[in-house]
Design a protein around this ligand. Structure first.
Ligand code: ZN
Length: 598
């Protein structure tokens, strides 16, 4: 029997083998293997928890080795595996005879608290052929959506006194007869495989497609555009951005509805595929929260993935009396029943993050001690919304450039290098000038041209260059405000889903098998030349405009990518001049000398 714990280091992390040696001597516990303070303190928690659970703690010298020895260990998830090792070495609980992964933080009375990173630990352990997982009941729920029957058994545990029964169950294989221990109502098909550095569930499942779900059923996020009165051009731009996953900057005077439009934007996003949901799940598990938990933001509610997301399974389990789980342990008690947290909270919704403009670099790209993913990784496969973008610190804004290019972020802290995926869609909102009145027909701007220049310089050319769409938002007209258009949200969402479907079909037909599907906004230069075919007129128009406006190669690519999305929305396989003209319109502001239409 080997007992493994897990050290969350970067996206994948590392399994840690726990070894114990008990010998005669002055009673003491030593932990070796680069244990940080929280791990070293676990010996006191373990001692108290074992005693208070009714076991006798060995009055001997105990040496605990955490292997590999050169990997620094942090966090409290080592408590339970160390306790398992000590109890089985002392003969207090039976040996289970199999390799097991054990995670959990102990309280002094022997209860087990949730820990972070249970999902990536499970994925790593499953890859190494470990078939038995003992995790805190509260944390087990996050495995729910991604657990697969051929990967072994998951035992949700409440207190140390459950251990003996679990070990017996593992040894005797009894758990195989216990359907309640299998807590997934609809397990995904296929196996866990490693593709491109990210854990993915095997392809072939219908859920690896964006649009095969019922269109009506998907995306009931609120607020949505049914109560939004904006002009037609803005709505069109938002549909294009959602369909092609293009980065977008909305700028205009205060009160023109930029923020309101951005807040409603998540209601247009297509569902995550199963692979994407797994990546998102792993990152949020490393962060130690569920994606459904509300985040900071000035508007309550829009980042909550579903209305019932606060109803987290397992919260009832926490209140269970200790006596329940100690007397007459039945097998069903190890099972987590009910739907998983992802299923309940709508795991298929892309995550949305809206950090405040006081965010630090560390908060934005990740870091800290222990290292955790930042906002850009929490927004992986989803949306990062920067309201009042120009109020963000310049170095914070500039730190977004590299992850936007690569789709992941590399963090170096205290000699450790870790990577987190960070492929997000950026949506920014900003006033046109420091006072906000530039371009207003009624108010007067009091800013000097130099101030306006300085204001926009903060965004920086290189960052702005990665924004495909720059859309001016004017104050809504009284007629637009009074008009009530029914079915607006449904029409917009249907256009988006139809355009995403078109992209899926094209990529499926056109790329070598195994290439990850990307949407138009994430095209590589090769994909741009492969998929963006122009008519002769369109070609001439683009060449002429490129010279006239001094467009860079990146700007031309960005126009072609936008053109591809417009073509997908309008059902055009070959892009004609009108498509290119519309695409150039979204790109015309902000390149070279800053020119704004006010
Ligand atoms: Zn001004």
């Amino acid at each position: 029997m080997e007992v493994y714990a897990y050290e969350p280091l970067g996206y994948e992390g590392c399994l840690v083998r726990i070894e114990v040696d008990i010998r005669r001597g002055i009673p003491a516990i030593d932990i070796v293997g680069l244990a940080a303070a929280a791990v070293r303190e676990s010996r006191e928690r373990v001692r108290a928890a074992i005693r208070n659970s009714g076991y006798e703690f060995p009055q001997d010298r105990i040496l605990i080795n955490l292997s590999p020895a050169d990997l620094p260990k942090e966090g409290a998830s080592y408590d339970l595996p160390i306790a398992v090792r000590i109890l089985s070495a002392a003969g207090a609980i039976p040996e289970c005879g199999n390799d097991i992964l054990v995670m959990g933080e102990l309280t002094l009375d022997g209860k087990i608290h949730a820990v972070r990173a249970v999902l990536p630990a499970y994925i790593q352990a499953a890859k190494l052929g470990i078939r038995h997982f003992v995790v805190p009941r509260e944390s087990a729920a996050e495995l729910g959506e991604f657990w697969q029957p051929d990967h072994g058994k998951v035992y949700a545990i409440d207190c140390i006194n459950d251990l003996a029964a679990i070990m017996l169950a593992v040894r005797n294989g009894k758990e195989a007869e216990n359907p309640d221990a299998l807590f997934v109502s609809d397990p995904p098909k296929g196996g866990l495989v490693q593709v491109g550095g990210l854990a993915q569930v095997g392809t072939g499942s219908s859920r690896n497609s964006y649009c095969q779900k019922g269109k009506q059923a998907f995306n009931t996020r609120k607020p949505d555009f049914s109560d939004y009165h904006g002009d037609k051009a803005l709505m069109r731009a938002l549909v294009i951005a959602a369909a092609g996953r293009h980065n977008i900057l909305l700028f205009g005077p205060p009160g023109s509805g930029k923020t309101a439009a951005a807040l409603r934007f998540p209601s247009l996003l297509p569902p995550l595929t199963e692979n994407e949901a797994l990546e998102v799940g792993v990152i949020w598990s490393l962060y130690g929260k569920s994606p459904s938990e509300p985040i900071q933001g000035k508007d309550k509610g829009w980042v909550v993935n579903s209305p019932d997301s606060l109803n987290v399974p397992g919260s009832e389990a926490r209140t269970r009396a200790k006596v329940d789980c100690c007397e007459g342990v039945s097998e069903t008690q190890f099972g987590v029943t009910g739907e998983s947290v992802f299923l309940r909270s709508g795991w298929q919704y892309p995550p949305v993050r809206a950090p405040h403009h006081s965010a630090s670099c560390e908060g934005m790209i990740g870091g800290g001690h222990p290292i955790k993913p930042g906002e850009i990784s929490l927004a992986h496969r989803g949306l990062l919304f920067l309201d009042e973008t120009t109020e963000f610190r310049r170095d914070v804004l500039q730190s977004l450039r590299e992850p936007m290019e690569k789709g992941y972020v590399t963090i170096v802290r205290a000699g450790r290098t870790v990577q987190y995926p960070a492929s997000f869609q950026l949506i920014m909102a900003a006033n046109p000038c420091p006072c906000g009145n530039l371009g207003s027909p009624v108010k007067t701007c009091v800013c000097s041209p130099q101030e306006i220049q300085r204001y926009w310089k903060k965004l920086g050319g290189p960052l702005l260059d990665r924004i495909d769409m720059r859309v001016p938002v004017g104050a809504p007209t009284p007629e637009a405000l009074l008009s009530s258009e029914s079915g607006q949200q449904r029409r917009m969402l249907e256009s988006v889903l139809q355009a995403v479907r078109a992209q899926e079909l094209r990529m499926a037909a056109g790329v070598p098998q195994g290439t990850p599907f990307v949407r138009n906004g994430d095209f590589s230069p090769d994909q741009v030349s492969a998929f963006c075919n122009l008519t002769k007129d369109a070609h001439l128009l683009l060449a002429e405009k490129a010279q006239q406006l001094g467009l860079s190669a990146r700007a031309c690519h960005s126009i072609l990518k936008l053109g591809r999305t417009i073509g997908d929305l309008d059902g055009k396989e070959v892009l004609d001049a009108s498509v290119i003209e519309e695409a150039i319109g979204y790109r015309q502001f902000g390149d070279g000398d800053l020119y704004w239409p006010f």
